[in-house]
Design a protein around this ligand. Structure first.
Ligand code: F3S
Length: 391
């Protein structure tokens, strides 16, 4: 693998131990995946932020990085953490957990990472452009920026994305290269066009193809549709890039004749739905996977306005970014009559298993992870049907 003189110097430790460690990791990944060289990145998005997922080992790793003087060299944002920084008591979070979680956030801040704690930084704080090379972790977000925006990132893990953020470069392989962005299968989709139908479509396609690069025909996703579909495909499969005919910026670049074709319609969506629904009732309804956009906040508030929460036994959480929560004061006022509007966190990376066993969601991604990461049985429905339980 070719390294420039400057890169060799960093590897030799001339820029300090943290940069050396970061370079070692990026080079090691590059060698594993056959990269010929490194490529500069314009931003990073880091996962590995919840104390629930990284534990004491991860906390120690971050402490060591900070002690070694680690600092990011490109704009970098942080994924959701295990609790709302200011409202963790409402989430039934033990104070021992809260203490460690706040420490983790501080450590990232010390490294210069913007502690946005959202999985939708592409809506606000970290918006790549077409053709930008970036190093993003968080499977839903990286799939969105790869596909809908046409930026270029591999499916980075937390430590790999942090290492790339520190040296400002990543190994040049995989989805950074033109020839690896070519679609591998055509999906002829027949859905009703609701956000929930995009979630089920993503679930069905991820299940059907696993990995690969689908090329969709017959759909026209808006931002929120692509947001939920990206998340679903990355969770039920490991899809990190897709194209949509007439919608995504690279879709027109390819000749799709000769590719395998798969039709996804009512039957496949029903199978996806049946697989995700494993509970009869719920104790918690958690919306905002990925984090709610401004439009979703408006839609939910409009739906709830004038209604009353009749079933007090079910908690409702709305998860969004702190910026959107701040901006949507009127919507938040309406929604808070039903449950807290939480920022910085989500139902999957928060330790909900200490309090709940059955959770309702409108997200296929959450539907995949709630059973495995949070020991939950799940009801997965569109928002109006979920809310039937409490209204
Ligand atoms: Fe975001 Fe949590 Fe879902 S990080 S994509 S809300 S699992």
């Amino acid at each position: 693998m070719y390294l420039t003189r400057d890169e060799e110097d960093i590897l030799a430790g001339e820029e300090g131990e943290s940069c050396q460690k970061a370079m070692e990791l990026v080079v090691a990944l590059g060698k594993i995946y056959g990269a010929e060289d490194l490529i500069g990145i314009t931003s990073a998005h880091l996962s590995g932020a919840s104390y629930k997922t990284i534990g004491d080992g991860g906390l120690k790793y971050l402490e060591d990085m900070v002690k070694g003087g680690a600092a990011v060299s490109v704009p970098s944002t942080l994924n959701p953490v295990g609790m709302d920084r200011g409202r963790w008591k409402e989430m039934h979070i033990p104070s021992a957990f809260a203490e460690k979680q706040l420490k983790i956030i501080e450590l990232y801040k010390k490294m210069g990472v913007a502690a946005t704690c959202s999985c939708t930084p592409y809506l606000d704080d970290n918006v790549p452009s077409l053709g930008d090379h970036v190093a993003w972790a968080e499977s839903s977000a990286l799939s969105f920026v790869n596909s809908y925006i046409g930026a270029r990132t591999n499916r980075e893990g937390g430590p790999g994305a942090l290492a790339a953020a520190i040296i400002g470069k990543t190994a040049n392989y995989g989805l950074h290269l033109d020839h690896n962005r070519i679609p591998t299968v055509v999906i002829d989709a027949d859905i009703d066009g609701s956000v929930f139908s995009y979630s089920m479509l993503g679930q069905a396609v991820g299940t059907a193809i696993g990995s690969g690069i689908p090329y969709f025909r017959g759909i026209s996703p808006a931002v929120d549709d692509a947001k939920t579909m990206s998340a679903a495909m990355a969770a039920s499969g490991s899809v990190a890039l897709y194209h949509v005919e007439g919608v995504t910026p690279e879709a027109g670049n390819f000749d799709i004749s000769g590719l395998e074709r798969i039709s996804i319609g009512k039957k496949e969506l029903r199978d996806a739905y049946d697989k995700l629904n494993t509970a009869e009732d719920v104790q918690l309804i958690a919306l905002g996977c990925p984090h709610l956009s401004r439009k979703e906040m408006k839609d939910i508030a409009a739906f709830l306005k004038g209604k009353k929460k009749k079933n007090k036994n079910v908690e409702i959480w709305f998860c969004t970014s702190s910026k959107i929560r701040e901006e949507c004061a009127e919507e938040v006022r309406i929604m808070e009559e039903f449950g807290p509007v939480l920022a910085d966190t989500c139902m999957v990376v928060a330790p909900i298993e200490g309090t709940f066993q059955r959770t309702g969601t409108n997200s296929a991604k959450a539907g995949n992870y709630l059973p495995t990461l949070c020991s939950q049985k799940v009801i997965c429905r569109d928002i109006s049907k979920l809310m039937d339980v409490v209204l």
